[in-house]
Design a protein around this ligand. Sequence first.
Ligand code: GLA
Length: 344
Amino acid sequence: MPAQRWATGPGRVNLIGDHTDYNLGLALPLAVDLGVTVAWEPGGDGFTVVSDAYPGEVARIPRRPETATLTRLEPVWARLVAAVVSLARPATGGVLRVSSTLPAGAGLSSSAAVGVALCALFGAGGTPEEVARLCQEAEHRTGVPVGLLDPLVCAGGRRGHALLVDFASLATEHVPVPEGAEVVVVDSGTRRDLRNAPYADRVAECAAAAARVGRPLGLAGEDDLAGLADPRLRRRARHVVTECRRVRGAAAALARGDLAVAGALLDESHASLATDFEVSTPELDALVADLRARPGTFGARLTGAGFGGCVVVLAEPGALDPAGLDRPAWRVRAADGALGPTGG
Ligand code: GLA
């Protein structure tokens, strides 16, 4: 019997650039030193899957799951595993044990972390882009219409760096996180499942706006907005257009170590996500306002899809003590993506 192997997929925090990926815009995420580890004891034909996050539950997955069955598979948390198995086509089944240091459903991309860990285990994909496309297709097969942001950085992140991604070309650039900055993630404690959240509505609204403008919103400019008669679509488009500008500005500010400017752009991003894109919540707004008012913080914003989840804070090292906050929080460091070695 082959020995057990394992792989860890990092989670990600998006420093700035949300709801831009599926609009072919820009984002600046980082892979973090919290993640999901999957251990695989190969053998047998199907898979038995257990997860620390769901004690007592056991999922059984055929080695060749049929795509049509994926959105009905129980338990729900195993659907993504089954979808990756259906695409990666491992040569044998076995027992998969999933354990995580990432809070589930908090917007730190535990699902992309699982996806890239499985790809590393099964030897599927190759480049970060190939792994990301496989993971994205797996999510789509489970009915969640995500973009490439999460798996791309979970697979292709680099220690000490954020990843500037242009989703139109998939060109990436590693941007060093300056010594004088620390990234802290604070969990609002509120959750919204992306399958039920208005995430798909936002994707559809952006597609409608892009169709009227005549190009993807990530490639549109402020001049294009005037042509959008529907005020809701105009607000959605304005968020995307201005967010891409902020991402560019934040990447340049980080590169020259200008944390005040980078922080101010994070603040503006939150305002835009709250008012134009309408994906914030009163809890997230209050948390962002509280964190931003603390000494030594440069800026704060919701991170990821929104509708709940986490806030990312750019702060002076040591300024914000996670233990001193009244909710779960982590000091995170930019980590390597999961294309590295698989243990065994
Ligand atoms: C989720 C999706 C990503 C991206 C973000 C918002 O995390 O998985 O593809 O759209 O929301 O930026």
